[in-house]
Design a protein around this ligand. Sequence first.
Ligand SMILES: *[C@@H]1O[C@H](CO)[C@@H](O)[C@H](O)[C@H]1NC(C)=O
Length: 466
Amino acid sequence: MEISPVFKVTAGLLMATVMTIFYINKPSTGVVPELPNTWWGPGTENLQTDKTVRQFEILFTKAQVNDLKSRLKNTRDLAPPLKGTGWSYGTNGTFLKKNIVDYWLNKYDFKKRLAYLNKYDQFKTNIQGLDIHFIHVKPKNTQGKNVLPLLILHGWPGSVREFYELIPMLTSPQADHDFVFEVIAPSLPGFGFSSSAVRPGLGAKEMAVVMMNLMRRLSFDKFYTQGGDWGAKICGQMATLFPEHLLGIHLNYCYLAEWKSVFKIFLYSFFPSLLLPKEDHHLLYPMKKHFFKTLLETGYLHIQATKPDTVGIGLSDSPAALAGYVLEKFSYGTNPSYQSKDDGGIYEKFTPDTLIDNLMIYWISNSITTSMRLYAESLNSFSRLSELSWPIKVPTACAQFPHELFYYPPKLLQDKYLNLIQVTRMPRGGHFPALEEPKLLSDDIWKFTAATFNSSKLSETKKDEF
Ligand SMILES: *[C@@H]1O[C@H](CO)[C@@H](O)[C@H](O)[C@H]1NC(C)=O
């Protein structure tokens, strides 16, 4: 009997599919290296290295404010956007000048806002040659409570300002929990008031080492971490590199960057119902639509991963340029549909003061260029990309906000987050939940901690100082 060619092709394809599925389901065997305590600052390490923890306050000097105001006043007329395009070609220049620039110049109360930004205790300490700035808030009334250190990490183009509303929700004891948080919120190296590296190579995994050393300096041996955006990536790298020190990681941006996941999403596109309930298919499929959406929104990522210093020139010299560049991300990150609004919907979830506080942190510290280098240091080679996808064995929580940039189904997240304790589908919110929905985020952090905290783990703590 002749075997029909159709049968042969079908059988071949079937075998190839089975083998592929077998291959991509193999657990990752990536070897996690020991990373060195690289000296990122000027000069070289010496025994005199200052290990003190110094109090710090943000300062807007008169000269800085006058200079900023004169630049804002001299903002040129910006090209009006094309009719009916909203913010889809980028920030609406007419709106930016009439609204944001005007507010910053005439209504933003520099003195009051500075006092607000200094409302929490802040410190600096030198780690691997870098002065690292951090907010440190200890809870009050801790009788009968375990005090758990929680390191929270911001991303780009955010700053520690993202956490001002969230912090008191974490440091105020709750009757039904026997623990409360002590919050450590650093500025990432190169961001805000933390100094930046003088030599190349300080990417996400190297920042994980810096953050671990910061926690050691503060004598925290075991702690929780929380983060979104780059903060989530760095929390993940810390979990991979230092699993014995992390009690759990709570992420509001659980991402999958490995080829295997992309390929699985592709395979499931033939049978999406095996992966997702029908009402969620649109979150991943059709792939073509999501691919082009990603392409349209990630131009900034490509330029920052390749030529951050070039973009940085305009952004660090013009406050209007900085505002236009950063606020476009706050618009789209909050809700992609805001792109069609005249004002980018930026006041839907944020006040002008909040948005400008964050801009002030970049402006006063002149750190936009060095902040963008994180993309280059983490993404500009294939070997760096693959390091981002090490598996994570530490207990993990993923808070999924509906307007987050990407959606990943729990079934796929389990490939990377091997000890996934909870996945919460949030009712509202986007890429900046600490600012947009601090209560939802805080509740989820408490819930995760209650599910994972075991006071015996904390008592194993050895306090060895770095
Ligand atoms: C840009 O903003 C101006 C001022 O707010 C507004 O009048 C105009 O309609 C906006 N243009 C677009 C394309 O959204």
